[in-house]
Write a protein that binds this ligand. Structure first.
Ligand code: MD3
Ligand code: FE
Length: 217
C-alpha cells in the first residue's frame, strides 16, 4: 500500500537533486518515454549518421556524434561551431522530434527555467572506453538559457567542475533516463565524462547515448 503510493508520486514528480547552484539532477525523468525516444533517435540517425569528429588540434574524438534541430554542433580542423546543414550530406539536420523537444522543455521547467525552446540537440554515443575531456560549452549565442541533458543506456561517471578549470571536479553517476539541467552559475562550468565502463543495457546494449539540448542561435 505505502509502496504503491510512493511509486505513483515518483511517476508524477521524480526526485530532484541540486548538484550545484543552477545544476539540477532529475533522476529517471525520461524513463517512461524511453521507447518513444529511442524510436525517434533511430530515425534521426538514419538521416544523419553518427560520426567521429576531429578537434581543431587534430585529435579524433572517441565519442561519436550527430545532431537534430535547426542547428547542429560540429568540430573540424577549423574550429567548433553550429551549422544549419550536416557537413556529411549537405542537407539540413533532421528536425528535432517533438518528444525530445517537449521532454527537454519539461525538464527545464521542473528546474525553474520556463520557456526553454531548444534549437539544437547534440547526440553523443559512448562505447566502452569512450570519454569526453573536461571542457566548457561556449559556442552558443546566449548563456542565459540552460543546457538540458538526457542520458540513455549504460551508466557513466560525469565530472562536474566549476568555471575555473583548476578546481577538482565532483563525480556523479548518470543513469538511463536521468535528466540534468545546467543553467545560471552552472552554465559555464567545466565538465566531462570518464571512460565508459563496459556493460550491457537491456534496451541499448553496450553503449550510452547522451542528448544535450541547447538554445544555440
Ligand atoms: C554542464 N556531454 O555534449 S552531458 C556535451 O554526457 C557534453 O555526453 C556530456 O558535455 C555527455 O557538451 C555531458 C551534461 C552537460 C552538458 C552540458 C553542460 C553538462 C554541462 C554545459 C554546462 C555545464
Ligand atoms: Fe559539454
Amino acid at each position: 500500500m505505502t509502496a504503491d503510493l510512493f511509486e505513483d508520486m515518483d511517476a508524477v514528480e521524480p526526485a530532484q537533486q541540486a548538484l550545484a547552484p543552477g545544476a539540477v539532477l532529475l533522476r529517471g525523468f525520461a524513463r517512461g518515454n524511453d521507447g518513444v525516444l529511442l524510436a525517434a533517435l533511430d530515425s534521426l540517425l538514419a538521416a544523419a549518421p553518427l560520426r567521429h569528429l576531429v578537434t581543431p588540434g587534430g585529435h579524433t574524438m572517441s565519442v561519436a556524434m550527430s545532431n537534430c534541430g535547426a542547428l547542429g554542433w560540429v568540430s573540424d580542423r577549423r574550429g567548433y561551431r553550429y551549422t544549419a546543414a550536416d557537413p556529411l550530406s549537405g542537407r539540413p539536420w533532421p528536425a528535432m522530434p517533438a518528444v525530445m523537444r517537449e521532454l527537454a522543455a519539461r525538464a527545464a521547467q521542473a528546474a525553474g527555467f520556463g520557456g526553454f525552446a531548444p534549437d539544437a540537440c547534440l547526440v553523443n554515443q559512448y562505447l566502452p572506453g569512450s570519454k569526453l575531456s573536461l571542457h566548457q560549452d561556449r559556442d552558443e549565442q546566449d548563456f542565459s538559457a540552460p543546457i538540458v541533458s538526457l542520458s540513455l543506456g549504460l551508466p557513466a561517471v560525469f565530472l562536474f567542475g566549476t568555471p575555473e578549470r583548476s578546481e577538482r571536479p565532483q563525480r556523479y553517476r548518470l543513469q538511463h533516463g536521468d535528466a540534468v539541467v545546467w543553467g545560471g552559475p552552472a552554465r559555464l562550468a567545466f565538465h566531462g565524462v570518464a571512460p565508459l565502463a563496459d556493460g550491457e543495457h537491456a534496451l541499448l546494449g553496450r553503449r550510452r547515448i547522451n542528448l544535450t539540448f541547447r538554445q544555440a542561435g
